[in-house]
Structures are given as C-alpha cells and as structure tokens.
Design a protein around this ligand. Structure first.
Ligand SMILES: Cc1cc2nc3c(=O)[nH]c(=O)nc-3n(C[C@H](O)[C@H](O)[C@H](O)COP(=O)(O)OP(=O)(O)OC[C@H]3O[C@@H](n4cnc5c(N)ncnc54)[C@H](O)[C@@H]3O)c2cc1C
Ligand code: SF4
Length: 329
C-alpha cells in the first residue's frame, strides 16, 4: 500500500480543518470500502491515491441512535449491526432494519457505518481495477462497460458512466423520507436524501453532493405517519454476501386497500437510488390489487435502456415491484 499521513480527528471541526488543509485527503470510518480502494491502488487522472487519511471513528457525537419527538437521529458512525438490531428501528422503521441487515455479512455490518454505507463508491469492476485508469469515473475518457462486461450495470439514467449505486440502506432511507446533516467549513446544512445523490449527468466523478472538506454527521428519519407499512427486498445471486442485482424499498400508507401515499425506491438499477415517481402516481388513490401492482411495476421500467448483458433486470424489477406491493395489500 502507498504511504499516507494518518490523522485521528477528535471532533467534527478538527476533521473539517484537516480535510480543508490537504487537497488530497479522504475520510475513513469503518474502512470497509475505502481500504479496498487504497489496497488495490485504484487511481486515475482525477482520482488520486490520498496523501492523507482522516479517521473520524473517535468522534463520539457521531455514534448512536437518538429518538426525538420528530423521529430518529442516527449518527453517521453508527454501525449497521446496531441499526439492524435496534428495537425501535425494528418496530417502527422496519424497512431500514431489514436493509441494514442485508448488507454483506455480520463481520461487514459490525464494522461498516451508516455514513460509509451511504458514501461508498461504486462496485463497477473497471472502476475498482487500477488497470482501467482511463474510465470516466476516474477522470478518463472511456467507459469500458459499454462494450465490456455489463451484467451488473444500470438500466436507467446511465450517461457516460453506467454504474449502479450499491448501498442497501440508501433506498430504505429515501423511502422513509430521510435527510442527512452535513458539516463543512461554512456550517451545517440539511439535505433530503432525494437531493443528496447525483448521477453522471450532474457529475461523473462523484455520487453525491458532499464537498471534499465536508463530513456527513447524521441521518434524520421522520416518524412514519399512521397506517404506514413497508418492505425492503433484495434480489441477489448468492443467498449471502452479495450486492443487490435489484433491491426495492416500498412504503405505503392508507386503509382498507386504498393507497393514500406510496414511495418506491429501487437500488442497483441506476447510478443513484431510483425513486419511481411515475409508479407512485399510479398507485396513489388506487386500490391495491394485482392489476394495479402490475401497472406500477411496468411504470418503473418505462424508459429503461438495458445494456448488452443486463436486460434480465427489467423482468426482475417488474416482478419484484408487483410481488412486494401485493405483500403490503
Ligand atoms: C465483503 C463486503 C461485502 C459488502 N456487501 C455490501 C452489501 O451487500 N450492501 C451494501 O450496501 N454494502 C456492502 N458492502 C460495502 C460496505 O458495507 C459499506 O461500504 C460499508 O457500510 C461502508 O462503511 P464504512 O464505515 O466501512 O465506510 P468507509 O470504507 O470508511 O468509507 C466509505 C466511503 O465513505 C466516505 N465516508 C465514510 N464516512 C463518511 C462520513 N461520515 N462523511 C463523509 N464521507 C464519509 C469515505 O471517505 C469513503 O469514500 C460490502 C463491503 C464488503 C467489504
Ligand atoms: S460504468 Fe462508469 S465506472 Fe464503470 S467503466 Fe464505465 S465509466 Fe468507469
């Protein structure tokens, strides 16, 4: 591994100061993602190996789940296994508990943090290999996936780059209308998760709006309204230790079969967690039955442009949406 300076930040302010001082610095939390990129020496014209790594794990205020009058405040350093097993999250925010429990293995969940899970980099094998340093996401001018192996890539919203967002917790949190608190040199801002993730059209080098000297400090989840229920389902090739081929977080509210509000967010089909707004419109005000669930599934993939090896994802999406919605009827 290439040598780098290692700083132990004791406060968020200290972390921001170090990140602001060094041009090529990177945050490390659980290290599950960032360390593999360092060890594999992944770099490109605009993706340098860091000279400085800032450890934020010793900032106590970033750890833990707090219940407030408005919902939950989850510190960015809270590990995924604590979210998976938290009694209130299991009871009232089951979509999130399920999603956290679907990440990797118990070992990964015992170390990986919620902030790191939201900010992890894409899994595209060309991005993860030092050999392919000219790919767009590393600042080059080519996408190797277009003519190469693209079975796990996106079917929607690809442009220049065709990665999918790999996080399991992101679709669940988006479906629960969560926001993130971000601290930087100019203070703290709150960003709805709907606006946190960005695709290659906005910025091919990054997957979210974080600036290099900002720290994601907290995830805020509002209390679900009455008569709300939800599900998180992840389709994968292996039963354990696998990223999603497609995942779905669905949250619906309403009574007696009628849907007042629906939120559907899919993972692993687009460069960002994909909010299926057209399908939501079809569902709202309707009676949840097989025909409506089928129409919603078809609406999600309207406009999909599969690559040479991943048209199978279109069928998975349709079936998954239909099946999951009917389970919530
Ligand atoms: C074997 C294996 C299997 C996996 N399977 C899955 C899976 O099934 N589903 C899934 O979703 N993920 C999976 N992952 C990815 C992993 O679980 C997540 O990446 C993990 O949650 C990352 O958390 P971390 O704290 O280790 O992040 P780190 O590796 O420390 O950081 C990840 C990235 O986020 C940035 N970062 C971290 N915290 C902050 C913060 N507070 N503010 C700003 N930037 C920050 C870092 O700079 C880095 O770029 C897997 C990983 C491994 C190694
Ligand atoms: S999909 Fe994106 S990350 Fe993968 S090779 Fe193409 S440009 Fe690079």
């Amino acid at each position: 591994m290439r040598q780098f300076k290692h700083f132990d930040a004791k406060t968020v302010e200290e972390a921001i100061a170090i990140l602001s001082e060094y041009e090529n610095a990177r945050i490390i939390a659980g290290g599950q993602d960032v360390l593999t990129l360092l060890k594999d020496k992944v770099r490109g014209p605009k993706f340098g190996l860091p000279d400085v790594v800032v450890n934020i794990k010793n900032i106590p205020e970033l750890i833990g789940v707090r219940e407030t009058a408005d919902g939950l405040e989850i510190g960015a350093l809270t590990i995924l296994s604590d979210i998976e097993s938290h009694p209130t999250i299991q009871e009232q925010y089951g979509v999130l508990a399920k999603a956290a429990g679907e990440v990797g293995t118990p070992q990964v969940r015992n170390v990986g943090t919620l902030g790191g899970n939201l900010c992890q980099r894409p899994r595209c094998w060309y991005f993860r290999r030092a050999l392919f340093d000219k790919c767009y996401k590393k600042g080059g001018d080519f996408c190797f996936a277009v003519t190469g192996e693209n079975s796990y890539h996106c079917i929607l919203k690809g442009e220049l780059c065709y990665v999918v967002h790999p996080s399991d917790t992101a679709p669940a949190l988006m479906a629960l209308n969560a926001s993130v608190k971000i601290a930087g040199p100019d203070g703290v801002r709150t960003v709805p998760l709907d606006e946190f993730f960005i695709g290659p059209r906005e910025d091919v080098l990054h997957e979210n709006v974080l600036q290099p000297n900002e720290v994601l400090t907290q995830v805020q989840v509002p209390t679900p309204t009455a008569n709300t229920r939800g599900a998180f389902v992840k389709v994968k090739e292996r039963r354990v230790l696998d990223f999603a081929l497609v995942s779905l977080a669905a949250v619906v509210s309403g009574q007696n079969g009628t849907i007042d509000k629906a939120t559907l967010v899919l993972g692993s089909i687009a460069p960002t967690p994909y909010r299926a707004t057209e399908a939501e419109k079809i569902l709202e005000g309707g009676t949840l039955n097989e025909a409506l669930a089928q129409r919603a599934g078809e609406a999600v993939v309207m406009g999909a442009r599969p690559m040479s090896q991943n048209a199978y994802k279109v069928d998975i999406v349709k079936g998954l949406v239909q099946q999951t919605l009917l389970s919530l009827a």
